[in-house]
Design a protein around this ligand. Structure first.
Ligand SMILES: N[C@@H](CCC(=O)N[C@@H](CS)C(=O)NCC(=O)O)C(=O)O
Length: 201
């Protein structure tokens, strides 16, 4: 199995963590989708990472689809509940965490533009998405239902990758103010070997 991605992508990290938690052997192919000589569009026509080349040669993208695919493979720790309705609830939280990540990435990209080209209204909108998303995740985490429960699941991983990225890019340095349950959740998860091994450089 080959995972095509970059070390700084939170979506790629989500899949790397999953593969490590499940004990699935994989080769990491480092390819930045922003590089002039990137090969990513050969694997994912959208030109985005992650893309996964399975052992049978089939190519999977994007990260929620790869995550669902990995959970269909035999062996390894399941990261989605067997019950379809419960699995959907976990995947809803994955979508929420990924949406927070999308807003964080949008803010990073916008801030890289020259100051006079940055769109203030767009920045305010993405900050709103980020803050509402984090507030909702704090509430879900505090309920210990579908997130921050006894057993690690895909929602936990997606949330920790979102917050890891926010920390790494310093997108919202005060995100932890009044979100104690999320802090406790990520501090616990960042101690796992799968997260330690995938810390962005
Ligand atoms: N929804 C996608 C998002 C993937 C994504 O946006 N990846 C970024 C890297 S962090 C990327 O490849 N960006 C290149 C581009 O947008 O052209 C997923 O979950 O896989």
């Amino acid at each position: 199995m080959k995972l095509i991605g970059s070390y700084t992508s939170p979506y790629v990290r989500k899949i790397s963590v999953m593969l490590l938690e499940k004990g699935i052997d994989f080769d990491f192919v480092n390819d930045s989708p922003w590089a002039d000589d990137t090969q990513v569009p050969h694997f994912n026509p959208l030109g985005k990472v992650p893309a996964l080349i399975a052992d049978d040669g089939e190519i999977w993208f994007d990260s929620p689809v790869i995550a669902a695919y990995l959970d269909t493979l035999p062996g390894g720790t399941p990261l989605l509940p067997a019950d379809p309705a419960a699995a959907l609830r976990v995947r809803r939280l994955e979508a929420l965490a990924d949406g927070v990540t999308d807003a964080a990435v949008a803010l990073v990209l916008e801030k890289r533009r020259e100051a006079d080209k940055q769109d203030e209204a767009w920045i305010v909108r993405q900050r709103g998405v980020l803050n509402r998303g984090l507030d909702a995740l704090e509430q879900y985490a505090a309920s210990h239902r579908d997130l921050n429960g006894e057993t690690l699941n895909l929602a936990d991983i997606a949330v920790a990758c979102a917050l890891g990225y926010i920390n790494f890019r310093r997108v919202a340095p005060n995100w932890c103010v009044e979100r104690p349950t999320l802090i406790a959740l990520v501090e616990r998860l960042f101690q796992r070997e799968s997260f330690a091994r995938t810390t962005p450089p």
